[in-house]
Design a protein around this ligand. Structure first.
Ligand code: AHR
Length: 654
């Protein structure tokens, strides 16, 4: 956040001598602290879409490192193929989850393979990188040379593996980069003739994410820091449609994502084929970011873990395949075992695995989603079975029930959502999840959406939402400031209704600039860096400045797109004002029940032109600017808010 400590003209604050009638009036009952705002009010949702997992958060730089893609050499090319041959073979010592390896039969030195990475390999000068391989050879002893090369031929990393001999062993070297490049390639050359089998050829930055003194194995540091800077209250994972799969065979199965990395099954990512306009044939899931890494990540960034599990239903936008209700036990067992993996004692079956992986303490899982965007009686039928089994064993874990997808985008959506709500009113799940992918106008027009929800009903989780410039999943969508302001306006309505809305998350979280399938996204990254969108900053401002309790606030006399909410945090009164109009907004503010205000006020403003966007080249064109401003002690003020802005005011009050 850009910070200045000078008096600012962005917003004019003055003690009011005139009555509060010329401008819209915001009256806040600062002495009437209302409902608590849940610490989980703003969270994050990670799904392996847009290369968020492999090629993104998971810092591995080699694509198809264990040669398990169906097109076995996808991502690889053979170098100097006339000096021998290179082929993917089934391992003679067959291993079910990692059955293939690369056999290099070098008649002379120089035979090799080259990997293209995930739309290139990002290397940063001065940083250290581990290269590791599993190798097996019958030759007396062999050696290789590895290098990472920029498109102009400049070598950025170089190293050798010597004395490769005997049965499968893991070898690794550390190299220091001599240059910076987002789109390099990795080459491996055999430097002695002979035959060698290679597997899990891997290149990793030595400096991976570590928010505490316990590293999170293998996660990209800058992206984890980007997530942590929102201070998310929870982390939903792994999806999204990823949970469901196009078919049940392709669903997310958490047990395949834990234990030794080399033994985790690689599967096709369902987003590989989803959009004809953005086919991504090289999108697979190696599960290097699996459930153990996820729980660690949530713990380290201070977010409550919120796994979503498959409930025996594949994606209803695809096959909608369902497991027969009489055959649901393996799915239910997976859910029970996941809770045991997270919370069970270190001597329980799944708790032991967690302990063996390095975390004997429980992860303290409190939330579990039953299915993603499920609908129809077949969902309710399955939900009941899950609920009975899960609540029977783990009554304190809060269960999340779905209401399908955005009712505007699935067949008969409005009626389906109505039907599900009728069921949920009777069944009373702890939390109900709603999704909205709508145009900006809808968000501006529906800031009172939750006013009519029953505070005694289930808690509300707005599990996926984003304002669109074009349409759902349209490749034309842009992360313009106006979309962020639409979400900010909607968030004022959610915060006012914190009695019912206890959680919310923008979706999707992030996208690789060269490998996305879905737009818009909260932040964007390439192989070296990332940038936040205006939408990210809205989430961040609402998270960092949510306050502890809602304050009653009434905006009178406002014309146009002007939205506010108020909260209290200790002695501080927090106001958030969204002005989505092209003109400044002059608002008279009365903080009733406050004797005196203390100077200065913290003022944080996100403002610009409605079409403004950030980019890799201009990452902070739109970014919050923090200023402080001196004020008098009277609790009645007049403030001017910039056109197209979200402003947070933090008053110290008595
Ligand atoms: O966020 C992208 C997708 O949108 C999610 O996977 C799905 O739940 C929703 O339809």
């Amino acid at each position: 956040m850009k910070k200045t400590l000078i008096l600012t003209s962005i917003i004019v604050l003055a003690a009011l001598k005139t009555p509060l009638c010329a401008s819209p009036t915001l009256t806040v009952r600062a002495d009437q602290a209302g409902v608590k705002i849940a610490p989980t009010f703003v969270g994050l949702f990670i799904e392996d879409i847009n290369f968020n997992g492999d090629g993104g958060l998971y810092a591995e730089k080699i694509k198809n490192r264990s040669f398990e893609f169906p097109n076995a050499l996808m991502g690889w090319t053979v170098l100097n193929g006339n000096r021998g041959d290179a082929a993917v073979i089934q391992k003679p010592d067959y291993n079910e989850s990692n059955p293939y390896c690369l056999r290099l039969r070098a008649e002379e030195a120089g035979l090799g393979v080259s990997n293209e990475g995930f739309r290139g390999i990002g290397i940063r000068e001065g940083e250290n990188y581990y290269c590791s391989v599993f190798a097996k050879t019958a030759a007396p002893a062999m050696s290789f040379r590895v290098e990472v090369v920029a498109p102009d031929g400049c070598k950025l990393l170089e190293g050798t593996f010597d004395n490769i001999a005997g049965d499968w062993k893991n070898y690794h070297i550390l190299m220091t980069a001599t240059g910076t490049e987002p789109k390099a390639r990795f080459n491996l050359y055999v430097t002695t003739p002979g035959t060698v089998d290679l597997d899990m050829i891997s290149l990793f930055p030595a400096d991976t994410a570590r928010m505490t003194d316990r590293p999170i194995p293998g996660l990209r540091k800058d992206l984890v820091e980007r997530m942590a800077a929102i201070k998310p209250g929870f982390l939903r994972f792994p999806g999204g449609c990823i949970v469901e799969g196009m078919t049940l065979a392709n669903r997310y199965q958490w047990k395949n994502t834990v234990g030794d990395i080399a033994d985790r099954d690689t599967i096709i990512c369902r987003w590989n084929l989803e959009f004809k306009h953005r086919l991504t044939p090289d999108y697979f899931q190696s599960f290097g970011l699996g459930f153990f890494e996820y729980f660690l990540l949530a713990e380290q960034i201070g977010a409550e873990p919120m796994p979503i599990i498959n409930c025996g239903m594949a994606c209803q936008f695809n096959t909608g395949e369902t497991a027969d209700v009489t055959n649901l036990q393996p799915y239910v067992q997976d859910a029970l075992d996941l809770i045991e993996f997270a919370n069970g004692p270190a001597d329980s079956r799944w708790g032991r695995l967690r302990a063996e992986m390095g975390h004997p303490e429980p992860f303290n899982l409190k939330f579990l989603g039953i299915g993603n965007e499920q609908w129809g009686p077949q969902y309710v039928e399955r939900y009941k079975i899950f609920e009975k089994a899960l609540k029977g064993k783990y009554p304190d874990v809060k269960l999340i029930a779905a209401t399908g997808s955005d009712p505007e985008i699935f067949p008969n959506g409005a009626a389906e959502v109505k039907y599900l709500w009728e069921q949920w009113r009777v069944l009373k799940p702890d939390i109900v999840d709603e999704h909205f992918y709508r145009r900006c106008e809808w968000f501006f027009e529906n800031t009172n959406y939750y006013d009519s929800y029953d505070p005694d009903g289930p808690e509300l989780f707005i599990g996926e939402y984003a304002a669109m410039t074009h349409g759902v999943a349209s490749p034309e969508n842009r992360n313009k400031l106006i979309t962020a302001l639409a979400e900010a306006a909607f968030l004022t309505g959610m915060e006012k209704n914190a009695a019912v809305v206890t959680m919310s998350a923008y979706a999707p979280m992030a996208g690789h600039v060269d490998a996305w399938q879905w737009k818009p996204n909260l932040f964007w990254f390439d192989n070296l860096t990332s940038y936040a969108t205006p939408n990210y900053y809205v989430q961040q401002l609402f998270s960092l400045h949510k306050g502890e309790r809602v304050l009653p606030a009434r905006l009178d006399g406002a014309k146009g797109r002007l939205y506010t909410c108020a909260s209290r945090s200790g002695d501080e009164i927090i106001l958030k004002v969204v002005n989505a109009e092209p003109a400044e907004a002059d608002i008279a503010i009365a903080l009733d029940g406050v004797e005196r205000l203390q100077s200065p006020v913290r003022v944080i403003t996100l403002a610009g032109d409605p079409d403004d966007e950030n980019s890799i080249q201009n990452p902070t064109k739109i970014a919050p600017v923090e200023t402080t401003m001196k004020i008098g002690s009277a609790p009645r003020l007049r403030c001017t808010f910039k056109p197209y802005s979200l402003t947070v005011l933090r008053f110290s009050a008595r």
